[in-house]
Design a binder for this molecule. Structure first.
Ligand code: ZN
Ligand code: MN
Length: 469
C-alpha cells in the first residue's frame, strides 16, 4: 500500500506598516506600481535598510510556534531571474535563519497530532505578474513586502492532516497579530511537498505544488498528486522531481519546471545587510509582547464554566474570542453569549476560509441583554442580528422600528388568552384532561392573535395556571 508523505512550506506576509527594506507602504491592493521606490524596484546602487518591526514579528511568530530563536542570523541572496523580481535575487535567509525547530499541535478525529517545524526565516516577497489577453504585466507593489517562510518536517500523510495543520497555524499567526493570514488575498500561501512510498519504506521522490491559496485547493491538489504518483509508480514509471501548479478551475495539477536544488540558486551572503544579533533580553522583551494565546484563553473559559467544546470553537479565531470576552465584559451571561456566538454569529461571519465579524461587542451585548430581559424572543434576536450585521444601526431602535419587541403586558396577554380559550372550548377541555400536546397549539394561537409579539413564557404561565399548577 503506497501512502503519501507531505511537508509544507507556508509563506505568510507580515502586516508591518512598511516593506522589509524600504519605507514603501505595505498594503494589499492599491493601483499597480504605486507602492514602489528605487530600493524595492531594484535600481542599481540602492541600499536596503532592515525593518526592525518585521524582525520582531518573525521572532514573535517563532516564539508562539515553540521555535528556538537563533541569537545570530544573517541574510543571503537567493538568485533567480524572473520578471517579478527586479533585483534578480530575493533577499532571504539560507543557513542561519531567525528561528529553528518548533511545532504545531492540533487535534484531528480526537487524536492529538504534532507537526514539527524545521525552520522559519524572514525574506522579501516578489511582485505579481498579471497575465491577461495574451499580455503580461507586472505589479511591484508586493515586491519587498516582508514574509515569513515556515518549513515543516514531512510529518503529514493526508489532506485532512494538512488542512488541520494549516488551520491551526493560521490561528496561531492571527493570535500573535503578525499577519492577517488571508488566503484569498495571498497573505498566506502554501506549497505542498509530496511523495508516496510503502509504509515504513524510505521516502520516494517528491514534487512541490506551489502557491495554493485555499484549504480546498490544498486538499484537492493533494488528492490529485497522490493519485498521479501512485498510478505512475504502479504502472512502472518513475516520479520526476519537479515544481508543479494546481489549476483550481480544471481540478488538475501540471508540471511547471523541473525542480531546482538549493545550489541552483547560488545562495551567497548578502553584503549590504548586517547580521541580526539578539541578546536574551531582546528575546524576553519580544516574548512579553505576545498577546494571550489560545491555550490560555481555553483555560480561562473553562474557569468561566464553559464546556471544552465551546472553548475550542470560540478560540479558533482571536476575533471571535475577543468578541466573546468583550460581550461578557459588558454583562452578558457567558454560556448564553457562547451559544449565540457559536450558532448565530459564526453563521453570518463565515466567509470561505475566513471569519469576518461585522458587529461590535456593544451591539451584540445589547441584543443579548434584550433577550435576557425577555424584551425579544430567540427568533427576533436572530433576525435582529442579521439586521444590524455590517451596519452601525442601534439594535434597540431597529427592534422598535421592525416591531420585534415582545409584549410583557400580562393584562393584555391575559385578554387575548381568554379569547383564544373561549374560541377553542373542545381543545381546552382536552388540554385540561391531560393532552399536553395542545400546549404548543395554544401558545401558537395566542401568539398569532397577539401579532407574534407576546412573550411565550407568559403564555405558558397562563396555561399552567389554568391547569391549576
Ligand atoms: Zn520601496
Ligand atoms: Mn520562500
Amino acid at each position: 500500500m503506497l501512502r503519501p508523505t507531505i511537508g509544507c512550506e507556508v509563506h505568510a506576509e507580515l502586516k508591518t506598516a512598511t516593506k522589509l527594506f524600504c519605507g514603501c507602504k505595505n498594503e494589499f491592493g492599491g493601483q499597480p506600481n504605486t507602492h514602489c521606490c528605487p530600493v524595492c524596484s531594484g535600481f542599481p546602487g540602492t541600499l536596503p535598510m532592515l525593518n526592525r518591526k518585521a524582525v520582531e514579528f518573525a521572532v514573535k511568530a517563532g516564539l508562539a510556534l515553540h521555535c528556538e530563536i537563533n541569537r545570530f542570523s544573517k541574510w543571503d541572496r537567493k538568485n533567480y531571474f524572473y520578471p517579478d523580481l527586479p533585483k534578480a535575487w530575493q533577499t532571504s535567509q539560507y543557513d542561519l535563519p531567525l528561528c529553528v525547530g518548533g511545532y504545531v499541535e492540533f487535534t484531528l478525529d480526537g487524536e492529538k497530532k504534532r507537526v514539527r517545524l524545521n525552520r522559519i526565516h524572514l525574506e522579501e516577497d516578489a511582485g505579481k505578474l498579471i497575465h491577461d489577453g495574451g499580455v503580461s504585466r507586472v505589479d511591484y507593489n508586493r515586491c519587498g513586502v516582508p514574509l515569513i517562510e515556515i518549513v515543516t518536517e514531512p510529518d503529514m500523510h493526508s489532506a485532512e492532516e494538512v488542512t488541520a495543520f494549516l488551520a491551526e497555524l493560521k490561528s496561531v499567526l492571527k493570535y500573535t497579530g503578525v499577519s492577517d493570514v488571508k488566503m484569498q488575498e495571498g497573505s498566506l500561501r502554501c506549497d505542498v511537498n509530496l511523495s508516496v512510498a510503502a509504509d515504513g519504506a524510505p521516502l520516494g521522490t517528491r514534487t512541490e505544488t506551489k502557491n495554493l491559496n485555499s484549504f480546498r485547493s490544498v486538499a484537492r491538489s493533494i488528492a490529485f498528486e497522490t493519485r498521479r504518483q501512485i498510478e505512475l509508480l504502479e504502472s512502472g514509471g518513475t516520479v520526476e522531481q519537479e515544481t508543479r501548479r494546481f489549476d483550481d478551475n480544471r481540478g488538475i495539477g501540471y508540471a511547471m519546471r523541473s525542480k531546482e536544488d538549493a545550489h541552483d540558486y547560488r545562495y551567497f551572503p548578502e553584503p549590504d545587510l548586517m547580521p541580526v544579533v539578539f541578546t536574551d533580553d531582546d528575546i524576553t522583551a519580544i516574548k512579553n509582547g505576545i498577546p494571550e494565546l489560545k491555550d490560555a484563553r481555553c483555560a480561562r473559559y473553562a474557569a468561566l464554566g464553559l464546556p471544552a467544546y465551546d472553548a475550542e470553537v470560540l478560540t479558533a479565531d482571536p476575533e471571535v474570542s475577543d468578541l466573546f470576552d468583550n460581550v461578557v465584559g459588558l454583562g452578558a451571561d457567558a454560556k448564553k453569549a457562547s451559544n449565540f456566538i457559536m450558532s448565530e454569529v459564526l453563521r453570518l461571519a463565515k466567509n470561505g476560509d475566513e471569519i469576518e465579524i461585522k458587529i461590535t461587542a456593544a451591539a451584540l451585548a445589547e441584543i443579548l441583554g434584550m433577550l435576557a430581559a425577555d424584551e425579544i424572543n430567540n427568533l427576533a434576536a436572530k433576525s435582529l442580528l442579521a439586521d444590524v450585521w455590517g451596519s452601525d444601526a442601534s439594535p434597540r431602535k431597529t427592534a422598535e422600528e421592525k416591531g420585534l419587541l415582545q409584549s410583557n403586558d400580562a393584562g393584555a396577554i391575559k385578554e387575548v388568552f381568554d379569547a383564544v380559550i373561549a374560541a377553542n372550548k373542545k381543545q381546552a377541555e382536552d388540554f385540561l384532561a391531560g393532552n399536553d400536546k395542545l400546549r404548543g397549539y395554544f401558545v401558537g394561537q395566542v401568539m398569532r392573535a397577539a401579532g407574534g409579539k407576546a412573550n411565550p413564557k407568559l403564555i405558558n404561565a397562563l396555561l399552567d395556571e389554568m391547569k391549576g399548577k
